[in-house]
Ligand binder design. Structure first.
Ligand code: FAD
Ligand code: SIN
Length: 528
């Protein structure tokens, strides 16, 4: 297939990628690639909303403090301030794009979520992400400087190594992407590339993330030579629906924000008083997820109950129309009955290291959104700070590219993808087997509560799988499944390696072998 060239290549059409695209397109030609369809990322699934200080009684200081408390001090305070102070402007931009946020007497309605000391979550009912994704996509589709290309699974970044005359530089010049329809890999070059490929949630057996959250961006940047950090900080959401058919449906934290109680279905007890008597159900996510996990394991339960049926039915239906309808379809009326819930992986706090301008270690490569570790979240992301991070860093990366545009060289001659030495796979079962094995192993050995022994077992399994996957990748034509397996495996390795390096319990990393928290928080930085 013929190669493409654009000023800027963006990998990912979620909140981070499209925010960057819309700003860049004021001056430059932008290509946005997405795996599957343009709404396949996590953005479209976001429920709760976007955190921003908009209430007269609230302050930036309070939002900074809540973010640092949730992040167990591992956050970079300068970054936290940078993001939080830009939140109101980000919300204004979304309003201008037509996002129909809920309002009350003309003012934006603010809901509440765990870890927030104020009502501060702007939302569109309980389906904020869908409305945000639709507004960004509409604006991008209408912009003549933006080309949106779905159905493209990026395989790897193009670096100096792919130049016809290799200069030895780690400069990034774009990416190779599998065109899912034709099965051919195509070269896409650009002067600057923005990685916005989302998180790695699907590395776990149970996750709220969509199917494509396989850590492709983190793995591609790592293979190209960028450092990653804090990969052990995997967030588990306390309340994913427990249902044998519907495996990854989130019950938003806003249900607890609007008064929902967590109850042990066997004892009938509202158990959060045992774990965090002051904040109860509105404690940060790591605390509530561990509490749910503990109840489930100690009492041999399949799930715990989340109950908001004490609120008036109209209030529940009005606040949570999507969840209410979805549950009714499954035979649960949340206005009258408790909802069975379990913890599930939800968010990747670690990722590709970036600075305040979204720059990675590699010249020409920027990154934004869930695939990054910007310093905002630290050891545990505060609810609804993630979409906000996408808007702020998508914009920051775009502004830095625009400001430095004259210093970006045009790409040199780059080699096309070479598949002369590979054949079609004759054993797809290998991919399925390895994919399932990794996800189950990560859930069992690298989950909410960890031990060194279990982490070492996981490392052993990951090391064994490495040569099998490399061998498969070296011999067969790439498919999206193979690309994802290779990336899932790489991310699993990064998570386990990071977890083994942290000899303390902090935020989302809780290990029985090191239950104390060190006096000084230190990032886990992995260097390729
Ligand atoms: P995504 O939106 O995940 O987009 C990733 C993009 O990269 C997609 O377009 C995908 O196709 C593309 N991509 C991936 N791999 C490749 C590849 N190899 N080649 C080409 N393209 C690729 N956060 C909040 O702040 N508030 C909330 O209320 C909230 N609720 C959530 C509810 C759920 C169920 C989930 C799963 C997450 C929620 N989050 C929430 C988190 C938030 O939605 C995500 O962190 C955020 O949307 C990530 O945006 P992103 O742009 O970084 O990536
Ligand atoms: C939720 O609605 O509970 C998810 C919010 C988030 O992930 O920030």
């Amino acid at each position: 297939m013929t190669a493409t060239h654009h000023d800027v290549l963006i990998i990912g059409s979620g909140a981070a990628g499209l925010t960057a695209a819309l700003s860049l397109a004021t001056k430059l030609k932008v290509l946005v690639l997405a795996k599957g369809d343009l709404t396949s990322g996590s953005t479209a699934w976001a429920q709760g909303g976007i955190a921003a200080v908009l209430d007269a009684g609230d302050t930036f200081e309070d939002h900074v403090r809540d973010t640092m408390i949730a992040g167990a001090g591992l956050n970079d305070e300068e970054v936290v301030r940078f993001v939080i102070e830009r939140a109101p402007a980000a919300i204004d931009r979304l309003c201008e794009l037509g996002v129909p946020f809920n309002r009350e007497s003309g003012d934006l309605h603010l809901t509440r979520e765990g870890g927030h000391s104020h009502r501060r979550i702007v939302h569109v009912d309980d389906a904020t992400g869908w409305a945000v994704q639709a507004a960004l996509l509409k604006a991008a589709e209408e912009n003549p400087n933006i080309t949106l290309l779905p159905g493209q699974s990026c395989v790897d970044l193009v670096t100096g190594r792919n130049e016809e005359r290799y200069s030895g530089s780690g400069r990034v010049w774009g990416a190779y992407a599998l065109d899912e329809a034709s099965g051919k890999v195509r070269l896409h070059t650009a002067r600057a590339t923005v990685m916005a490929a989302g998180g790695a949630g699907r590395v776990y057996q149970f996750s709220t993330s969509p199917r494509g959250a396989t850590g492709d961006g983190i793995a591609m940047a790592w293979r190209a030579g960028a450092r990653v950090s804090n990969m052990e900080m995997m967030q588990f959401h306390p309340t994913c629906l427990y249902n044998l058919e519907v495996k990854n449906f989130l019950i938003t934290e806003a249900v607890r924000g609007e008064g929902g109680h967590l109850i042990n279905p066997r004892t009938g007890e509202r158990f959060m008083s045992q774990y965090d008597p002051e904040r109860m159900e509105l404690a940060p996510r790591d605390v509530v997820a561990r509490a749910n996990d503990d109840q489930i394991k100690r009492f041999g339960l399949d799930y715990v109950h989340l109950d908001i049926s004490h609120q008036p039915p109209e209030f529940v239906k009005g606040h949570f129309p999507t969840i209410h309808e979805k549950l009714l379809g499954l035979g649960i009326d949340m206005t009258r009955q408790p909802i069975p819930v379990v913890p599930a992986q939800h968010y990747t706090c670690g990722g590709v290291m970036i600075d305040l301008a979204g720059r990675t270690d590699l010249p020409g490569l920027y990154a934004a959104g869930e695939c990054t570790e910007s310093g905002l979240h630290g050891a545990n992301r505060l609810a609804s700070n993630s979409l906000l991070e996408c808007f702020v860093f998508g914009e920051a990366a775009a502004q830095d590219i625009l400001a430095r545009w004259d210093s970006f060289d045009a790409p040199p001659a780059i080699r096309e993808w070479d598949e002369s030495r590979v054949t079609d796979s004759d054993e797809e079962v290998v991919i399925k087997q390895n994919w399932t094995e990794i996800r189950r192993m990560m859930w069992n050995y690298v989950g909410i509560v960890r031990t060194t022994k279990r982490l070492e077992r996981a490392k052993h399994r990951i090391d064994l799988l490495a040569s099998e996957i490399a061998d498969y990748y070296g011999h067969f034509r790439v498919t999206t499944d193979l690309i994802e397996l290779r990336n899932l495996h790489q991310c699993a390795g990064l998570i386990v390696e990071s977890a083994l390096k942290r000899h303390e319990s902090r935020g989302l990393h809780f290990t029985l072998d090191y239950p104390e928290t060190d006096a000084v928080p230190v990032d886990t930085v992995l260097v390729p």
